[in-house]
Design a protein around this ligand. Sequence first.
Ligand SMILES: Nc1ncnc2c1ncn2[C@@H]1O[C@H](COP(=O)(O)OP(=O)(O)OP(=O)(O)O)[C@@H](O)[C@H]1O
Ligand SMILES: [Mg+2]
Length: 242
Amino acid sequence: MSVLAVDRLTKSFGGFTAVDDVSIVVDQGEMRGLIGSNGAGKSTLLHLVYGRITPDHGSTRFGDTDVTHLPVTERARLGMGLVFQVTSVFDGLTVEENLLLGALPKEPGRSAPVDRSEVGRVLQVMELGGVRHRPAGNLSHGEKQWLEIGMVLLTKPTLLLLDEPTSGMTQAESRRTADLLHQLRAENAVEAVIVVEHNIEFIKLVSDRVTVMHRGSVLADGTIEEVQDDKAVQDSYLGRLH
Ligand SMILES: Nc1ncnc2c1ncn2[C@@H]1O[C@H](COP(=O)(O)OP(=O)(O)OP(=O)(O)O)[C@@H](O)[C@H]1O
Ligand SMILES: [Mg+2]
């Protein structure tokens, strides 16, 4: 069964339709790239999937659950994790302390103890063991982003949503981020990934399939080669990158 099935999602702000009748299916084990020019509706779509905003029409199925009307907390509990563009790392705390905070149960009334072995596992998988006692404020931009991903991993997502994870990274850091995502999948730490990026080199490294959005709609969907060969994509978006 697919991990995520978005069916005809639509969201308008005032008279402006930011996401217009978008349907996407993401399979078990898949890493999906989501690309498109500025304002295409990529972040809005991620936020609809995660439940930060509610759609005007359409539905979202996560595994075998219709989550269309469920709040973020419930979607997170079911296994969705979103890595925001805006960093939520506390600079004054160490890497480990940030992760311990990330591991705290978010639901009021739940007081399960923080699982320190999970924190250790995430430090290892994100290769942050060497900087675990360093204040997060002293990290490189890339390390901070990896810490951010690590904090979300501590919520044990099965579907990991990432919005421009390599923005501001060096090329080496971007490549390293691609390796990390492949590693997460290889270790079955996540079942599926959707990643929004403008960085096409990164998209090529991580995506099994790519969805191209343009003015709120899906313009094309397929392998990177297929969408690069697509005339409509060349005219509207990728053409400008070559
Ligand atoms: N809360 C909001 N209120 C009004 N308009 C919004 C809101 N959120 C998004 N929009 C508009 O919807 C459109 C799509 O925005 P969105 O952030 O999803 O684009 P994007 O594809 O992520 O772009 P970028 O690549 O620049 O991040 C934009 O025109 C944006 O101004
Ligand atoms: Mg965006």
